[in-house]
Ligand binder design. Structure first.
Ligand code: NAP
Length: 281
């Protein structure tokens, strides 16, 4: 028997499971496409229905993989995609969204993010996001790689307070956001999407984490994901192109870390004691 994946809510009330799926580096190699599609579909079967992608990944290739994966089951999935900062002018955002919709083979993106801050004024990007929302092409919008200062600036532009999520680097080895950004977002009911929750795979070779995982009869990936599950308002989006590893990641939900376990993790991966600049990959 598996535990159900817990949900978290976006400001508009829509709920998503706190464990989703990433797609960076998918759609780059035709020989891997079938495995990538199968792995995303296995993830959907297991309840990891939020799928994160971006126009940048594989130059639209990852969006096309996602489109294939959800072709006959679009309503089950919650699709997140992102506009590149260089495209994020008012008209550029509208055009990028149309391209993403075509790549995804769908009529709507559930959550559309500005991938990181670039040269275009935030007010222009937000105006385009709001226009796309009115047209039903996106259901909500948000940002990525925004630190607290960026979030505050965003709030100062018209409709900037409508941001529904902030996607940032967050994992056991990179806990800087716990100092200020995570509480800031929580206080405003804005979920944080934790990208690279396995630190792009690097965490899995950490000797201490390997040791802790053994004691739980779990894998390092599962402990890294189980840790993120204990953080309220956080959605993690591990990427795997393997059906077995998708299952392994999903099973992290069944691991319940005690306060003693969390204290041990704090000793090995200390939480921040002061403000650090938001790390970015
Ligand atoms: P990640 O999810 O931390 O790690 C992915 C790596 O771990 C891959 O090499 C994967 O290999 C491996 N892996 C996954 N599950 C595993 C398991 N159970 N056991 C062993 N290895 C495992 O890194 P990420 O892809 O950088 O981050 C996740 C997602 O976040 C991305 O795919 C993307 O959607 C998003 N992201 C967003 C931004 C942004 O700027 N907004 C930046 C980076 C990432 P296999 O595929 O071979 O399993």
């Amino acid at each position: 028997m598996h535990d159900t994946i817990p949900n978290t809510a976006f400001p508009d009330g829509r709920k998503v499971p706190v464990l989703g799926q990433g797609t960076w580096r998918m759609g780059e190699n035709r020989a891997k496409a079938a495995d990538e599609i199968r792995s995303l579909q296995a993830g959907l079967d297991l309840g990891m229905t939020l799928v994160d992608t971006a126009e940048m990944y594989g130059n639209g290739g990852a969006e096309r993989i996602v489109g294939e994966a959800v072709r006959d089951r679009r309503d089950e999935a919650f699709i997140v995609s992102k506009v590149l900062p260089s495209n994020a002018s008012r008209s550029g955002t509208l055009a990028a969204c149309e391209r993403s919709l075509r790549n995804l083979g769908t009529d709507r993106i559930d959550l559309y993010l500005l991938h990181w801050r670039g040269g275009h004024p935030l007010a222009e990007t937000v105006a385009a996001f709001e226009e796309l929302k009115r047209a039903g092409k996106i259901l909500a919008w948000g940002v990525s790689n925004f630190d607290v200062d960026d979030m505050k600036e965003l709030q100062s532009v018209p409709d900037g307070g409508n941001a529904a999520a902030n996607q940032v680097l967050y994992n056991l080895a990179r806990r800087g956001i716990e100092y200020d950004l995570l509480p800031w977002c929580r206080d405003r009911g804005v979920p944080v999407m934790a990208y690279s929750p396995l630190d792009e795979g690097r965490l899995l070779h950490d000797t201490d984490l390997v040791h802790i995982a053994k004691a739980h009869q779990a894998t390092p990936a599962q402990i890294a994901l189980a840790f993120l599950k204990t953080r309220s308002g956080v959605i993690s989006i591990p990427k795997t192109g393997s059906t077995e590893r998708a299952r392994e990641n999903r099973d992290a939900i069944d691991i319940h870390l005690t306060s003693e376990n969390l204290a041990e993790l704090d000793r090995v991966f200390p939480p921040p004691r002061r403000k650090t600049r938001l790390e970015v990959i």
